[in-house]
Design a protein around this ligand. Structure first.
Ligand code: TXA
Ligand code: MG
Length: 320
């Protein structure tokens, strides 16, 4: 039985004993272990069926911990941490040799973030080590934004999920690295490019080459429901094209008349992109549970978090 509990002491004890615990964050739930415990970290990869070439994000609670992990913090990185930590931003920095190679998949850089979730920060303060935590879903599946979804994925294989409610950002952290004073976005996420650029000026979007091992979160297929899904600008047109099938709809603001209400999820009736991001994964989970033939998802406006949401919807609907 996988326990869902708010007991921070219990979570700390399990983690100190080399076990995995699923943790709440403001983005999505993570599957966490002590970064220095090789066996525990290996178990993360096994449970998720994640390839070993895909590095993990390290979660910290203080700038002292940051100093233990990295060789240097470039000027722009410093500005970003001051503005956005704790928060949904992961930075790729040059690692110290003490950071285990298993975490970084042999790279000389490490991804680090200071999450903004009160329960998780409390837990991190209880621990004498940082936590490595990928999203708490099997490789390529939809990320979980609540404890129940994590339990459903790993029932019996995981002792505990720390109950922290629904993740309020709802999509993964934005990942930023640095090259010759330039900030590079490796993964779109909960902090929009526009918001980053207010602090560091123009950023470069990493080459979105398919299956780039640089950031496997950018694999062309990822975050996927098991139901086939398409992403379109015109939902009504797509419905006509697929009228012989059992259809479910993921819409931005409006429901479609003539389609069963139970088969529709709307991300934000007021058109608020933050709300849409927060609801995205749970809406996908619910539509996937319906066992329809196809999910038709509506493309969001291409600005701010709309770009991050479209990125996830594109990967979720990629054929392979
Ligand atoms: O919001 C989040 O970031 C969540 C929560 C749990 O914190 N975590 C998360 O982890 O999304 P995961 O493992 O699902 O995605 C981590 C991404 C992967 O795409 C990985 O390739 C990239 O971070 N990454 C990690 N270390 C890297 C490095 N040194 N260089 C480039 N990419 C890196
Ligand atoms: Mg993930």
């Amino acid at each position: 039985m996988t326990l869902i509990s708010k007991d921070i002491q219990k979570a700390a004890t399990l983690l100190k004993g080399g076990k995995l615990v699923a943790i709440p964050t403001e983005t999505v739930y993570g599957l966490a272990a002590n970064i220095y415990d090789q066996e525990a970290v290996k178990t993360i990869f096994e449970l998720k069926q994640r390839p070993l070439f895909n590095p993990l994000i390290v979660h910290i609670h203080s700038f002292e911990q940051l100093a233990d992990l990295v060789e240097e913090v470039p000027e722009k990185a410093k500005a970003l941490t001051e503005k956005f930590w704790p928060g949904p931003l992961s930075l790729i920095l040059k690692k110290k040799s003490s950071v285990p190679n298993l975490i970084t998949a042999g790279k000389d850089t490490v991804a680090i973030r200071m999450p903004k979730h009160p329960l998780l920060l409390e837990l991190l303060q209880e621990l004498p080590f940082p936590l490595a935590a990928p999203s708490a879903n099997p490789f390529n599946a939809i990320s979980p934004t609540n404890a129940q979804r994590v339990k459903a994925y790993f029932e019996g294989q995981l002792e505990m999920v720390l109950e922290g409610g629904s993740s309020d950002r709802g999509i993964e952290s934005t990942i930023v690295g640095f090259e010759a004073e330039e900030a590079i976005v490796y993964r779109l996420g909960s902090l929009s490019v526009e918001t980053l650029e207010k602090v560091v000026g123009k950023v470069r979007l990493a080459n979105q080459a398919k299956n780039s091992p640089q950031a496997p979160g950018m694999l062309s297929k990822h975050y996927s429901p098991s139901t086939p899904m398409i992403l379109v600008k015109e939902v009504k047109q797509a419905i006509v094209q697929h009228k012989s099938k059992k259809i479910a709809i993921l819409g931005f603001q409006n429901k479609i008349e003539g389609i069963d209400e139970q088969h529709q999820q709307t991300l934000s009736s007021s058109g608020n992109l933050e709300e849409a991001a927060a609801k995205l994964y749970e809406a996908l989970h619910k539509l996937d549970d319906l066992a329809v033939d196809i999910i038709i998802a509506e493309r969001l406006p291409e600005q701010g978090l709309g770009n991050s949401i479209n990125d996830r919807l594109e990967r979720a609907s990629a054929s392979s």
